[in-house]
Each structure stands twice: as C-alpha cells, then as structure tokens.
Write a protein that binds this ligand. Structure first.
Ligand code: 5GP
Length: 171
C-alpha cells in the first residue's frame, strides 16, 4: 500500500478506548467478564482495552479468518482455532477490530449462543463499517464508524503487514 494517510492517530484511538472502557465498566460493575479477542486483528485493541477494565477479567483468544489476502471480504468465515472454556453462566464480551459485512460477528455470536447458555453475550468492535453491512448484526459497543475504506494499522493488516502501526490508516 502506498501513501498511507492517517485516519485515527494513536491519541484518538487511546482516548476512544478509555471512553469504551468506561461504558463497559459501568455496565458490568464488579461482575466477572470473559473477553474473547478475535485474532489476529483485534489483538492490539483487546490488550489496550482490558488494561482499562476494572472488573475481574479473564482473556480468551480465538482465531478466525474471512479475508484471504487482499481487501475484499469473502463472506465465508473460517474458524482456525476456536477452542474456548465453559462459558455457561458467564458474561462474555467478544472483542473485534472491525465489523464490515457482519458475517464474522454473526458467526461468532451464533457460535457462542448455540454452544453455551451465557449470562450475557456482547460484541465490542473498535471500528464499524456500517455502510458495508449485509447481516443484521450491530455491535453493542464500537469506537469509530468509518466509510467503506480498507484500513490498516493497530492490528489490522494488508497481506500480514502493518499490524504494528500505532495508528489506523488507509491509502
Ligand atoms: P466481516 O466478516 O464483518 O465482513 O469482516 C470482518 C473481518 O474482516 C475483520 O475482522 C477484519 O479482519 C476484516 N476486515 C474488514 N474490513 C477490513 C479493513 O478495512 N481492513 C482490514 N485490514 N481488515 C478488514
């Protein structure tokens, strides 16, 4: 990707994470929360977000993929590693980098709700490309709404690269 332009700076991202964490802290108070980070894209966001949470937290990780290489969602969600502990009667918060078509979010919510009777299952995404949505899913929490741009940085990749950027950019 050439001539990357910054969409959200490191400071904007970190400020937004503090706002989201406040909402989540107010919602769950001191109840235990199981966060499920969707690898690899959500790793930076999940790590920074959980550091701002004040309730007892357990972190779980699952690995999914829907994009092969390139910039267009395939629509097919592929579970690479989805081993999870018993989530019955737990508050579960799925942490994603971006909701685009919504296929991944729907797959995950259905997977959790079909396999466990959780106390609650909610979805938190840093970015929301509402304009690209083809499923009915809406994140319970999201950081920024964005246009139909392919973005990289802060966990989001293009062909495996750019995840390490502290900001989010497009070209
Ligand atoms: P969905 O299933 O909602 O179409 O897509 C969700 C997944 O597609 C995200 O977890 C992310 O991995 C990938 N994705 C969607 N939009 C973008 C984007 O603009 N940039 C990058 N790097 N990945 C994206």
């Amino acid at each position: 990707m050439k001539d990357l332009k910054i969409l959200f700076t490191e400071e904007q991202i970190q400020d937004k994470i503090k706002e989201l964490a406040e909402l989540i802290n107010n919602e769950y108070k001191s109840e235990e929360l199981i966060t499920i980070c969707v690898l690899k894209g959500a790793v930076m966001f999940a790590v920074d977000l959980v550091k701002c949470l004040t309730m007892p937290v357990k972190m779980e990780f699952i690995r999914l993929s829907s994009y092969g290489s390139g910039t267009v969602s395939s629509g097919k969600v592929h579970a690479v590693d989805i081993s999870l502990p018993d989530l019955n009667n737990k508050n579960v918060l799925i942490i994603e980098d971006i909701v685009d078509t919504g296929h991944t979010a729907k797959f995950l919510m259905d997977f959790i709700n079909n396999n466990f009777k959780t106390k609650s299952t909610k979805f938190c995404s840093l970015l929301d490309k509402k304009i690209s949505r083809v499923t009915e899913i809406e994140p319970d929490y999201y950081g920024f709404e964005i246009d139909d741009k392919f973005v990289v940085g802060y966990g989001l990749d293009y062909d495996g690269y750019y995840r390490n950027l502290k900001y989010i950019a497009y070209s």
